[in-house]
Design a protein around this ligand. Structure first.
Ligand SMILES: C[S@@+](CC[C@H](N)C(=O)[O-])C[C@H]1O[C@@H](n2cnc3c(N)ncnc32)[C@H](O)[C@@H]1O
Ligand code: SF4
Length: 388
């Protein structure tokens, strides 16, 4: 994994946000829009002008940064697989023209299992996509219904077969657990189904109830009930054991990979490397400055069409900010934090967690703070105590 990391200097990863979904899932508050919200039923009317704006922002990045080396590109959403493959190809080609796109760069596309066909996947391969992340979420129909997801769980299997036979090297699925109405046995069905797929990566997130979502409203009305926290913690632990027994390693708190399947793009975020987020609401980090774009796709396009930057606001990270972020992100990683990077006071504050088994004893002896399986469940608490 060490070998695959990007050096923070002299490299820039690209995140390309595709802010469209056919329908908004009840739990999601990402910056994404449905055709109805945008006043059209015709995606083609949206996609081409949107990608034109994306191209302008890539040119803007080139003017600011120069022909820097690009180790990874990630098309995230929203639903990037709604985009015609020709538009995805245009963006990759543009980054290749303007920057030094590394040989063997990791190029990921997030996809909805319902929107994939064999010919579309072949076109993605031709465009340069070599990693697909599928939004599986669950294999259990009533859990998918609770999440207000539209896809048929059988389509995940079909999509994986198509992706592998098209020769895509890396395949990941996203799962969500701790969903209203989901029993422990439902969760076992979901992760066992995922572990039997031809994948090398799984992201598994505990459901977060975001304010203002349909899910939050249904919970408030008493139509749904969240499962107890202890049960959700138990789901994390049993999944981690099952994944490990099948050759997956938890390399970041919510991410598991077979050897070589780790997501290089996400590792670069967690390691504090530089990235440019293209698209409405996207965040970027370069040369110690963080900035974010205007949120709405129409405002975003208008800015770029008029030759302006879509940047909404920015901040310069102080050394203290950078250091706190390093601790918060690094504690989630399997290699943990070197004790030498912590102050004596911080080490003293968390030493008790070694005795309680939340910090790995062997790592500690070797000079590293590495969270154990149970420690990962309380990572936020440990960081808070350490940094106050
Ligand atoms: C924003 S989605 C983009 C990918 C694609 N649109 C999809 O849904 O499959 C990325 C992932 O974030 C996770 N996610 C989104 N909202 C979440 C929430 N409220 N709680 C937990 N996970 C969430 C889901 O697992 C989802 O696959
Ligand atoms: S498909 Fe993905 S991005 Fe779109 S609403 Fe659902 S979870 Fe959010």
């Amino acid at each position: 994994m060490e070998r695959q990391r990007n050096s923070a200097e002299g490299a820039l990863s690209f995140y390309i946000h595709i802010p469209y979904c056919v329908k908004r899932c009840g739990y999601c508050d990402f910056n994404t829009y449905t055709p109805q919200e945008l006043g059209t039923e015709n995606f083609a009317l949206i996609t081409t002008p949107y990608i034109e704006a994306v191209m302008r922002e890539i040119e803007l990045a080139k003017n600011r940064v120069g022909a820097i080396s690009v180790p990874t590109i990630f098309f995230g959403g929203g639903t990037p697989s709604l985009m015609p493959s020709s538009e995805i190809a245009k963006v990759i080609r543009k980054i290749g023209e303007e920057f030094d796109l590394q040989e063997g760069a990791e190029i990921t596309l997030e996809a909805n299992p319902d929107t994939l066909s064999a010919s579309y996947i072949d076109e993605l391969v031709a465009a340069g996509i070599n990693r697909i992340s599928l939004g599986m979420q669950s294999a259990v129909p009533h859990v998918l219904a609770s999440l207000d997801r539209t896809h048929n769980p059988h389509n995940v299997n079909k999509a994986c077969e198509l992706i592998k036979s098209a020769g895509i090297e890396h395949l990941s699925v996203d799962l969500i657990y701790g969903v209203p109405g989901e029993s422990v046995s439902d969760w076992q069905t979901s992760y066992e189904t995922a572990l039997s797929l031809p994948i090398d990566h799984i992201s598994a997130y505990a459901l977060i109830v975001e304010t203002g979502t349909k899910l939050a409203a249904r919970l408030k009305r008493g139509e749904l009930q969240m499962p107890p926290d202890d049960e959700t913690a138990e789901k994390y632990l049993i999944f981690d054991e099952a994944a490990e027994s099948r050759g997956f390693r938890c390399y970041e708190l919510s991410n598991w990979a077979r050897p070589g399947g780790e997501c290089r793009h996400n590792i670069s975020y967690w390691n504090g490397s530089q990235w440019w987020g293209v698209g409405p609401g996207a965040h970027s980090y370069f040369a110690g400055r963080r900035w974010w774009n205007v949120k709405h796709p129409v405002t975003y396009q208008t800015a770029l069409v008029n030759g302006n930057s879509p940047e909404l606001n920015s901040e310069i990270l102080s050394e203290e900010n950078k250091r706190d972020e390093f601790v918060m992100l690094q504690i989630r990683m399997s290699e943990g934090i070197p004790l030498s990077a912590l102050t004596a006071g911080e080490v003293a504050k968390v030493a008790k967690y070694r005795d309680t088994g939340h910090i790995e004893g062997a790592g500690w002896e070797e000079g590293h703070l590495v969270l154990s399986r149970t420690g990962r469940l309380i990572a936020d608490r440990i960081v808070r105590e350490m940094l106050v």
